[in-house]
Design a protein around this ligand. Structure first.
Ligand SMILES: [Zn+2]
Length: 452
C-alpha cells in the first residue's frame, strides 16, 4: 500500500489520508476541513492532490468538522462512492454538515455584503443543500465488525473514546495493515468510556494534539466551580465557547453535578447552539457508548435553558445577572459565541472560559495568549474579561495517555507517523515515542507519500 498525508500534518485540522493499494483501490481516511491560520484555510480551495473519481470510499473516524467537513466539497468535485462511519457518527454528521454548509453560505454572504473579499464575489465552499446531498452517501457500520468496502480490503472501527461515535480504524490490504488512531479520548473522561486498546498493525498513524502536554492533575470539577464562583461573585457572565458536540455535553454534565452538590450557585445556564441541543438528544439515544446513565442524560436536557432562535440568542447579550452561556464554536472561529464575546469581552467582571486546545490562528488561541484586543466582525474589541482555559476538560488524550495506548499494541509497528498536532506537539511526541518505546517514528509533511 501507499499512504499519503493530505492534511493534519502541520496542524490539528484538515485530516485527510489516502491509502492506495498495490493492485488497485483507493480509500480516503477522513475528509476534514482546514481551519485556523489563513494559509491553512486556503488549502480548502486548492486543487485536490488526487483524482477524486478514483477514490472508492471514505472511512470517517468521527463527526468533528476538521475530520468530516470537506466531504460535501469532495462530493461536489465528483466523488461517487460511500462514506463509511459508525451509526452515532452519522447521526452527528446529520447535524454538523448542514450547519457547516450554512456557515459557509453566511460567511460568503457577509464578505460580499461588507466587500471584505479581494475576490470579485465570495462563494461558499459548499452550501447547506450540498451537505444534505452528501449525507446520502453515508453507510453506517457497526463497531468491532470487519467489513470490506472494496474487494481485497478489510476495515474495522473500534471505540476511540473521544466523542460519541469516534473510532480508531484499522485498514488491511495485500497482507499489510495500517491503524489510524483517530482522535483519541482520555482514560478518565467524565462522559466517554476509555478508548479500546489498539489492534496490531504494521504501521500506526497517531494523533498528537496534546503530544507535548499532560492534563494537569486535580479535580476538573473543582476548577470549573472556582471559575464560575469567582465570576458570579464579581457579578459577571461566564461565556464558554464550546464544540457543539462532545464538549458541550461534558460541560452540561459537569454543571449539573456542581449544581446538585451545591458547589456553585443556582445561576441560569444557557446553551446557545441549536446543534448542541440536538446533539445532546443524540447522546441519550446512544447510551451504550458513554458513561452517563439514563437519568444523567435526562439531566443534560434540564440543566440549561436552550436558545434556538436568533432573538433568544440576541437576548443573551443583554443579561444583567450572573449566568453561564455555552455557545459554539469551540475555538471562537465563528458561530453565535462571537456575538457574546463582543458583548462581554470588554467587561472585567466576566470570564471567557475555553475548555480545550485552541488551534493556531483561531480567535481562541489569540484570547488564550493574553491578547488585549480581538477582532470580531471586522472590529477590534477590547478584552478586559478574565480569560481562562480549562484543558482538563479536553476530549483528547494527553502525552502519557497516548504513550500508554500505543504501548498496549500487541507488537511494535514497523513505523509510526505522528499527525494531528501543532509542529511543537508532534515533535515532542516523536521524541517521547523514541525514548519510551524505542519505535521508529516520524512526523510526515503535507503531501508526503510513503510505502507501507
Ligand atoms: Zn475531534
Amino acid at each position: 500500500m501507499q499512504l499519503a498525508f493530505y492534511g493534519a500534518t502541520d496542524t490539528v485540522t484538515g485530516s485527510r489520508y489516502l491509502l492506495s493499494g498495490q493492485h488497485g483501490g483507493h480509500l480516503l481516511v477522513d475528509c476534514g476541513l482546514f481551519q485556523g491560520l489563513k494559509q491553512l484555510r486556503l488549502r480548502n480551495w486548492d486543487q485536490l492532490p488526487f483524482d477524486v473519481s478514483k477514490i472508492d470510499a471514505v472511512l470517517l473516524t468521527h463527526a468533528h468538522i476538521d475530520h468530516s467537513g470537506f466531504l460535501p466539497r469532495l462530493i461536489k468535485e465528483g466523488f461517487k462512492g460511500r462514506v463509511y462511519c459508525t451509526r452515532s457518527t452519522l447521526a452527528l454528521c446529520e447535524l454538523l454538515l448542514p450547519d457547516s454548509g450554512r456557515l459557509q453560505e453566511e460567511q460568503a454572504e457577509f464578505e460580499n455584503r461588507h466587500k471584505l473579499s479581494k475576490h470579485v464575489q465570495s462563494l461558499p465552499l459548499y452550501t447547506e443543500d450540498d451537505a444534505r446531498q452528501a449525507l446520502k452517501h453515508f453507510a453506517p457500520v457497526t463497531f468491532d465488525e470487519t467489513f470490506s468496502p472494496i474487494e481485497g480490503w478489510s476495515v474495522r472501527f473500534r471505540h476511540a473514546g473521544h466523542i460519541l461515535g469516534a473510532a480508531s480504524v484499522k485498514v488491511s490490504n495485500g497482507g499489510r495493515s495500517v491503524l489510524f488512531s483517530g482522535d483519541l479520548g482520555r482514560s478518565d473522561d467524565l462522559v466517554m468510556k476509555p478508548p479500546m486498546p489498539p489492534e496490531e498493525a504494521d504501521v500506526l498513524v497517531v494523533e498528537s494534539t496534546y503530544g507535548d502536554r499532560l492534563h494537569p492533575d486535580g479535580d476538573a470539577l473543582a476548577q470549573l466551580a472556582d471559575v464560575i464562583n469567582r465570576t458570579a461573585a464579581r457579578g459577571g457572565q461566564v461565556v464558554i465557547p464550546s464544540f457543539a458536540v462532545g464538549r458541550a455535553q461534558t460541560l452540561l454534565h459537569c454543571i449539573s453535578q456542581l449544581k446538585q452538590a451545591r458547589r456553585i450557585p443556582d445561576l441560569p445556564v444557557y446553551l446557545n447552539s441549536p446543534m448542541a441541543v440536538d446533539a445532546t438528544q443524540i447522546y441519550s439515544h446512544h447510551a451504550g457508548e458513554h458513561r452517563l446513565t439514563a437519568q444523567e442524560c435526562d439531566e443534560l436536557g434540564h440543566v440549561a435553558k436552550f436558545a434556538r432562535t436568533v432573538e433568544e440568542s440576541m437576548a443573551l447579550n443583554r443579561l444583567r445577572w450572573p449566568s453561564i452561556i455555552i455557545s459554539a464554536s469551540g475555538m471562537a472561529t465563528g458561530g453565535r459565541v462571537l456575538h457574546h464575546l463582543k458583548a462581554y469581552a470588554p467587561d472585567s467582571r466576566c470570564t471567557i472560559l475555553f475548555t480545550g486546545h485552541q488551534a493556531a490562528g483561531t480567535r481562541g488561541a489569540t484570547l488564550v495568549s493574553g491578547a488585549k484586543t480581538v477582532k470580531i466582525f471586522g472590529e477590534y474589541v477590547p478584552v478586559r474579561a478574565e480569560v481562562a482555559n480549562l484543558d482538563m476538560l479536553s476530549a483528547h488524550a494527553d502525552r502519557d495517555d497516548l504513550l500508554d495506548w500505543m504501548a498496549a499494541m500487541p507488537r511494535p509497528p514497523s513505523r509510526v507517523y505522528i499527525t494531528h498536532g501543532e509542529p511543537v506537539a508532534a515533535d515532542a511526541l516523536r521524541l517521547a515515542i523514541q525514548d519510551r518505546l524505542g519505535w521508529a517514528c516520524e512526523v510526515p509533511e503535507y503531501r508526503q507519500s510513503v510505502k507501507v
